[in-house]
Design a protein around this ligand. Sequence first.
Ligand code: NAD
Length: 473
Amino acid sequence: MNTRNPRNGQKDYFFSAVTADELSTLCQQLKVAQISWNENGLAARIEALQEWKKLIEDEKPALLKALQNDTGRSWETKLEIDLFFSSIDRWCKQAEDFFYPTSKKKTQIPFIQLQQDWVPFALVGVISPWNFPLLLSLIDTIPALLTGCSVIVKPSEVTPRFIEVMNRSIAKVPELRKVLRYIAGDGTTGSALIGEVDLVCFTGSTETGRKVNAAAAARMIPVFLELGGKDPAIVLSSADLDVAAASICWGGTANAGQSCLSIERVYVHEVIAEEFITKLTHLVSQLRLNDKKIDEGEIGPIIFEKQVQIINEQLEDALKKGAKIIAGGQCCELINGGYYCHPTILINVNHTMKIMQDETFAPILPIMTFDNKEEAIRLANDSIYGLSGAVFAGSTEEAIEVGSQITGGAISINDAALTAIMHEGEKASFKLSGIGGTRMGAAAIKRFLRQKVYIINESKEPSPWTTQQQRKD
Ligand code: NAD
């Protein structure tokens, strides 16, 4: 398969997808190896992951280069790599806290005791998207490994270059290489993978999520879906407008808006709207494209070519229905073979427009005004998605009061898009943004375990219910 470079449009990378037979054989090997990976205990698993962390340091330049070629951007890639390193330490600590030794528990029946146990799923399949290729391929993988599962990861075919580097570093850790493998392939490979694994963690579009959900249901295996978003930000009249403008500028334009958790809709109180829009426009207009040099400029190219059409259609639809552009451009621009979307602010928008309803995945901030909190909440909740959001107010209490009424799993208070940085809070994805338990925080570990109990009769006598007399009565 040929892969396009998002900076110049050239198909400069080729990879072969694994065949169904290769996939099947690999999955069987990973399942066999999982038994001793689990039996060897948490300390051995932590040691293997820490060894991997050291070895991947040597691969950092190669990893950076591959990911930069995959995505065409630089600082977000460095952030991804840093978050990967720190996540290994965080998960190791959280796993140690989670797997504390348990003692027997008394029950209502005096001679019966319980001993709780956990049994990991043998093989977890991780299917990930192109927008944060490294981070989203690892966010479920590391806790699953620590839990005692084997993991097979299939990143997006749009960003496959880093797979080689990952497998090279994994191969250097004898214990890890038996239980962790990255594979290259497209949707067909992803679909075949669901046929082999015992649990699926999928991050991607809601459209594909439906297919993954159906395929997992047919096999009766657990599935965790992290899907699209259309995150709102609400700016109340009491908010600090410098903080709100800076946060929304960052939350809406980081990674050129190509994040599920990007701020894609802004609702601002009408009394402060003019001042807020002036501040936001000032910040947005300072952002530069990175078309000349990857390290110079905050806004990278649109990674996936097909997204360009969606962005342009949404802008066209909005303009046709009366929206006004006060910063940015009317469509994506083709520069030296790469597509770029200038950071854009739209006013005069409303909820009949696609740009207020559908996921855009671009650095575009459409702004609406409101005159009371109820209206702001109603607008924020008028979406098929419920991933996350942001509220800006003069006090934490006021912001949380509004945030509590937003249908979404994570609300940043006086900041935006904090789930990009902070993975310690436990959150679900609401509505069409996903199903399944939290992938963040200590509770995420539970997803990879089945509960098992030993029900222990400590009496030396036969139990009363086994006596013939009791059965006759
Ligand atoms: P996508 O759904 O097109 O692809 C995601 C992955 O699924 C890829 O690896 C792809 O090869 C694979 N795939 C495609 N068809 C499949 C099938 N039938 N069975 C199994 N696997 C299949 O998504 P994308 O375009 O790569 O990513 C962008 C989307 O991801 C956006 O909607 C974004 O909001 C979402 N996303 C969500 C989160 C989150 O945490 N909620 C995070 C990042 C991205």
